[in-house]
Ligand binder design. Structure first.
Ligand SMILES: [Zn+2]
Ligand SMILES: [Zn+2]
Length: 375
């Protein structure tokens, strides 16, 4: 569990942008690596508070964080661009460079990977329970075949950046509040990639990737529910200039069923029996999700009584044990709302024999009208 960003900065949740900036500046000075040489704890703390500030100082990211916590920052908005907070921007603003030399300034160690992406997949109630093979379509970035991701037009190739000589970083020495600081910033000429492209590929304009709509097969395992997320490794956006693909997160949204309610692995449904079946007992068929079962209703069954059908619920997802949950049926006794003359006579006879006081035929008509007045 990651530490709460507001706690890290020691501010309350209503803190204004100025409050945040003040709190961060104070903490950052205290924990800055240059002020704490070879202190790993201070370095870790510095990274943490910088991350917290990066998120909370971005209005959109802060809103996501307030609503969804750390989960809200993992990927992008539905259909929008993935959210990637950039610590480099923070370091630029406060210190004139990234004290770790990381972030965007990757140097010749290789192109950065592509962004993670998110998509919502709608499932029927049954699909979520039994699993399904489905497809999702996303707008994403794919590697450019024309230039094999290099970004350079056919017959040309990228060349070493003249500004940083391939390092991807430019070092600067400057005076700061903390004394002399040597900082490495990403090279503005090549964007930290260490190389530049004299003649860009026409298909991708030198990016090595371009936007396209792609569909992927998604194997949904049995037992998922709304809120389940599948991660498809390497199905996110292609990185620029041949960089690796990010991941694709598929958020599942499950439709309701008209017949069943679901709580985790347990299913609930009503079991309708007639007044006479409840009184006399019966064998009745019930359609579960995947089969017809015969239920023995004992004589004298009461409304609200429960039948538990073991292993007729939702299959347990991997890692939560084997088998299936239960199906719980609650008895609902149906009282006939219309009776034939013959039925009525028979029921009156029973009532008389049992000594039960019931409305006489004239009064029954009156009572029926009262009920319709209530409805
Ligand atoms: Zn290209
Ligand atoms: Zn450069």
């Amino acid at each position: 569990m990651a530490t709460d960003y507001y706690e890290l900065l020691g501010v309350d949740r209503g803190a204004s942008p100025d409050d945040l900036k003040r709190a961060y500046r104070k903490l950052a000075r205290e924990h800055h690596p240059d002020a704490n040489p070879n202190d790993e704890e201070a370095e870790a703390k510095f990274k943490e508070i910088s991350e917290a500030y990066a998120v909370l100082s971005d209005e959109e990211a802060r809103a996501r964080y307030d609503q969804f916590g750390h989960d809200g920052l993992r990927g992008g908005g539905m259909g929008g661009d993935p959210f990637n907070f950039d610590l480099n921007d923070i370091f630029e603003n406060f210190f004139g460079g990234n004290p770790f030399g990381g972030g965007r300034a990757r140097g010749p160690s290789g192109p950065p990977p592509g962004e993670d992406q998110e998509v919502v997949l709608d499932l029927t109630f049954e699909e979520a329970i039994f699993g399904v093979d489905n497809k999702v379509e996303i707008q994403t970035a794919v590697g450019c075949e024309d230039c094999s991701g290099s970004g350079a037009a056919e017959g040309t190739s990228p060349r070493r950046c003249t500004e940083c000589e391939g390092a991807g970083q430019v070092r600067q020495v400057r005076q700061s509040l903390l004394g002399q600081m040597v900082t490495a910033t990403h090279c503005p000429r090549c964007g930290g990639l260490g190389e530049e492209i004299p003649t860009p590929c026409r298909q991708c304009r030198g990016e090595g990737r371009y936007r396209e709509s792609v569909s992927y097969e998604v194997r949904v395992p049995a037992g998922v529910d709304t809120g389940s997320t599948l991660r498809l490794t390497g199905r996110g956006a292609a990185g620029p200039r041949g960089g690796a693909h990010g991941d694709l997160y598929v958020h599942l949204r499950v439709a309701a069923s008209g017949k069943f309610n679901r709580d985790g692995d347990t299913l609930y449904a009503e079991l309708n029996v007639t007044m006479l079946q409840a009184a006399l007992g019966a064998r009745i068929n019930f359609e579960t999700l995947d089969e017809t079962v015969e239920l023995a209703i004992p004589p004298g069954t009461q409304p609200g009584e429960i039948f538990r059908l073991r292993d007729h619920g939702v299959p347990r997802l991997e890692g939560r044990g084997r088998g299936r949950g239960d199906l719980i049926l609650t008895v609902k006794v149906e009282i006939p709302s219309k009776l034939s003359k013959n039925d009525e006579d028979l029921l009156r006879e029973i009532a008389e024999q049992r000594g039960e006081k019931v409305a006489d035929p004239g009064d029954r008509t009156v009572l029926g009208k009262i009920r319709s007045a209530f409805q």
